[in-house]
Design a protein around this ligand. Sequence first.
Ligand SMILES: [Zn+2]
Length: 279
Amino acid sequence: MVELLCDRAPVGACASLSFGAAIDHLTGTVYGSAPLWGDESAPYDLGADLRRRRPDVNWCLVNDVTAALLDFATMHARPGTRRVAYLTVSSGIALRIADLEQTRIPVDDRGLQGEVGHLPVTLTHPGADKLVGLPCECGATDHLASVASGPGLNRTAERLGFSGAPQVASWLPDALATGEPGARRLLELCVAPIAQLLRTLWCLDPHLDLIGIGGGVAEGLGGHYAAEVRSQLAVATSYADRGRDDAWLDDRLVFCVPGQVDALRGAQRVGDWLPRITR
Ligand SMILES: [Zn+2]
């Protein structure tokens, strides 16, 4: 990959990379990428490697979710939007939040933010006890991505004993369209931890005014996915979470369609933000 990139970059170019890995935004160090590299977790300074081989090129490395967030925020934030998030539900799951009031993307001491796919999953939805112990690409079990990512959907289908597994991606949309109960059940279980993540986000940050949801799973299942997320969020779970009506959700949730968010376009915009991607 490094050889290819160095081979293709024109002399003196400014190269923006949208890279699908947990990456230190300030240095370009890659900490891991379960969908790409499995359980490999030795940090790799991709940015330094590129700069050493092609010092004439101005390399700008940005995590693909951060890049997607920058594009989403530019296209969808309205005057007065305080914080905006982008959640990708794809081969992996990750979230990024930008503070538009300060034009800032806060990151931790490793330059990371929002790697939620590899947090332990809360399996409280009725029937979700069947999903205990599902593996994750990172090598652990019971992570959010174990259940709710694209591969997680396959694992869940298999665990539930569906004959459509492991070709869920081709079987599920049609099965949902015809209202097959097993398909609805599968979607419900895989969406439940995502709905829980959204509830938690709004509980912890009332100024999170806008969330975009994209990625292969969410976009591929389209209206079915959106309807399931919205119907789960409509349910009151406690006095602190009284459920959210259509108008409230319309104002804050955007379900992206394929092509709506362009991570490469976002990567080109990261220069405007880099001084304010801060620890
Ligand atoms: Zn994991």
